[in-house]
Design a binder for this molecule. Sequence first.
Ligand code: NAP
Length: 262
Amino acid sequence: MNLGLKDKVVIVTGGGKGIGGAISLSLAAEGAVVVIFSRSKITSEFKALMDETKAKYAFYQIDLVNTDEIKPLVDEVAAKFGGIYGVVNNAGANDNKDLESTSWQDFEKSLHSNLTHYYETVHASLPYLKAAKGAIINIASKTALTGQGKTSAYAAAKGAALGLTREWAAALAKDEVRVNAIVVAESFTPLYANWIKTFGDEEAQKARLSVITDKIPLGKRMTKPEEIADMSVFLLSPRSSHTTAQWIFVDGGYVHLDRALV
Ligand code: NAP
């Protein structure tokens, strides 16, 4: 299937590793012009993978918590590449700010780091997205729908990303800009690898991982970042031209299937 993404300019936040990295690679494989906004430098391994696709891409180092830096960068990208077709809001992290011990100041700080840049990246890109009749993807998390028990701010930010998906889809339908969210449950990424290390030595990590994967109905395994990427790329593409306001669960049935199955 030709997805019709060739030469379309797409910003991917946190697009240099993990889920964002897989999205960047899938987009590049389709010939899109991928523009990565990332806090840390991309690794030589990831650069080599992007180079292999032969697609045009650009990397900008930015800490997205510095909200005022987003619009100038977006404008620079649009000027350099002649517009912006898509935005993938992906950068973020589960920072475990729990209800018992998190001050409202730390709650707000966490919301800022997981949510405000989702808003500002799209807000700044809007004239370009409208001109291109483009598409937006918000990466969300199951925690917004299932809770996790120890992560108030992150769950709130990801719930807001789902709310904004509906709100922006409504606001932008007249402009034919489509907005969809992908809900992720468990996907093994560098972030996940760091989190699992908090459970102890290799043995303890393995034990914890098998408790988690045992609860995933489809295949008793984690979702591969590439599986999330493929869905993202399809939702961005003009081949999904009548799909908007959707929350798509790429989670092996984790959120919706009966617990009795597992
Ligand atoms: P990851 O492996 O840490 O990759 C995220 C990338 O985003 C990293 O390159 C990170 O930079 C970057 N980033 C984070 N905050 C940033 C900021 N303020 N400014 C610029 N770049 C920033 O994480 P991931 O697991 O792929 O997660 C991607 C998205 O999926 C996140 O929104 C996460 O909440 C969501 N998600 C993941 C899972 C999962 O199981 N993995 C589950 C549910 C939802 P650094 O390299 O500097 O850290």
